[in-house]
Design a protein around this ligand. Structure first.
Ligand SMILES: *Cc1c(COP(=O)(O)O)cnc(C)c1O
Length: 424
């Protein structure tokens, strides 16, 4: 499943001891396995090979250039949601014709940037956005491809913060509005309305919501066909769930088995936008215990990574497995001790925790811990809160490892700041 495993009492990423990397680069730090990234990409590609889909990695899950490059080299396209992501996807060598652009708030300059770069298409989320893309395309004398993102109003049974396909969510167009737009498409003289897009949420563990959403979309596609609106692309989004704890998510194969029959024979080019599925279990966050603080009610392991480094526990109450980087044997004088710890960061917020009530071997200051499943929505959601420096990132490849992002320095904290002259 992934390339993080123990050899003896030591945790490895592929062929490298995690503790060696931590000694060399300090903590906290993110470590990614190139093999796991590639394996997960290939699992999807393999499961859907009969359709020859375009698999666009969702850049917001992990935007490190080396990670993007690994995937681009395998033929992946990119799903971007901002001008910054588009910039990075291009820097990593993704072909513009394999880039799709979603998001409810694309600005005029971001739209112009993407039109100039010649991306494959925009996934459009509202009528005013469609009008703006049409206008920008006209100004740049370009004919621009767009898919309409519809909101199929499906409950994907995932966390409410990562549900995106219900009527009360801000995403996509309702089915009727989308249909009306397709029927009136000639008024957008600079656009080709060539496809439909759905993305109903994230960390979805069963095929059913996908099947429901795809069926709804296909009914619309059929109605459009009957009205002589022929589409070319069907973008079925991302959202495949992974194992963080005790989930039993569908495999890529099971997902494909559930939806391939629906997609075959439509004649549409299928686009997939997996993010978490590819990157989630390909990365870990490594942190060092700074203090053990015992109170009457709880034992805390205070570590050097905080919610600024990995916000998922604070934001979604997300579960990440915590593993000791070096398994220590239990002290002989405490043969039955299985202490429970809250793993907490140094930030001045009660939400600053990585894990709660975890049974771990006796921890001591200096011990290294691995926060598993941190490869997606980990570093990309990190911040400088509490003026903490963002971590470095390492890519492991067999027995080798590479620094793929330097740790920030104090200078980085003040680099863009200006004290006005009158205060000097
Ligand atoms: C975030 C996002 C994805 C990726 O979601 P995952 O759950 O990481 O697979 C795909 N498509 C769109 C439009 C997104 O916003």
């Amino acid at each position: 499943m992934h390339e993080f495993h123990y050899r003896g009492n030591k945790l490895y990423c592929e062929g490298v001891e995690i503790s060696r990397i931590a000694e060399k680069f300090g903590t906290p730090l993110y470590i990614y396995s190139r093999k796991t990234l590639s394996d997960h990409y290939r699992k999807i590609a393999q499961a859907f090979r009969s359709l020859k889909p375009l698999i666009c990695f969702s850049v917001k899950a992990n935007s490190n250039l080396a990670v993007l490059k690994v995937l681009a080299n395998l033929g992946a396209g990119m799903d971007v949601v901002s001008g910054g992501e588009l910039y990075q996807a291009l820097k990593a060598g993704a072909a513009p014709k394999k880039i799709v652009y979603a998001g409810v708030g694309k600005s005029k300059s971001e739209i112009a940037q993407a039109v100039r770069e010649g991306i494959l298409f925009f996934n459009v989320e509202s009528l005013p956005e469609l009008a703006l893309i049409d206008q920008v395309a006209g100004q740049l004398h370009k004919k621009v491809n767009v898919c309409l993102r519809i909101n199929p109003d499906i409950n994907p049974h995932t966390h409410r913060f990562i549900t995106t396909g219900r009527v009360l969510n801000k995403f996509g167009l309702d089915m009727q509005t989308a249909e009306d737009i397709f029927l009136r498409r000639s008024i957008f003289s600079n656009l080709n309305l060539i496809g439909l897009h759905i993305h109903i949420g994230s960390q979805i563990t069963e095929p059913k919501p996908f099947v429901q959403a795809i069926k709804k979309a296909l009914r619309l596609i059929t109605r459009l066909k009957n009205s002589h609106v022929a589409l070319k692309y069907f973008n079925i989004g991302g959202g495949l769930g992974i194992v963080y704890h005790r989930e039993h998510p569908q495999t890529a194969k099971e997902f494909a088995a559930a939806v391939l029959g629906l997609l075959q024979g439509t004649g549409l080019k299928v686009i997939l936008e997996p993010g978490r599925f590819i990157a989630g279990n390909s990365g870990i966050l490594v942190t060092r215990v700074v203090y053990i603080k015992k109170t009457e009610h709880k034992d805390f392991a205070i570590v050097d990574a905080g919610m600024n480094d990995l916000i998922r526990p604070a934001l979604y109450d997300a579960y990440h497995e915590i593993l000791p980087v070096i398994k220590t044997s239990r002290p002989a004088d405490q043969p039955t001790s299985r202490p429970k710890y809250d793993i907490v960061g140094p930030i001045c917020e009660s939400a600053d925790f990585l894990a709660k009530d975890r049974i771990l071997p006796n921890l001591q200051a200096g011990n290294l811990l691995a926060v598993m499943g941190a490869g997606a929505y980990g570093f990309t959601m990190s911040s400088n809160y509490n003026s903490r420096l963002r971590t470095c990132e390492i890519l492991v490849e067999g027995k080798r490892f590479f620094l793929v992002r330097k740790r920030e320095t104090y200078r980085d904290l003040i680099r863009q700041q200006i004290i006005p002259r009158n205060l000097r």
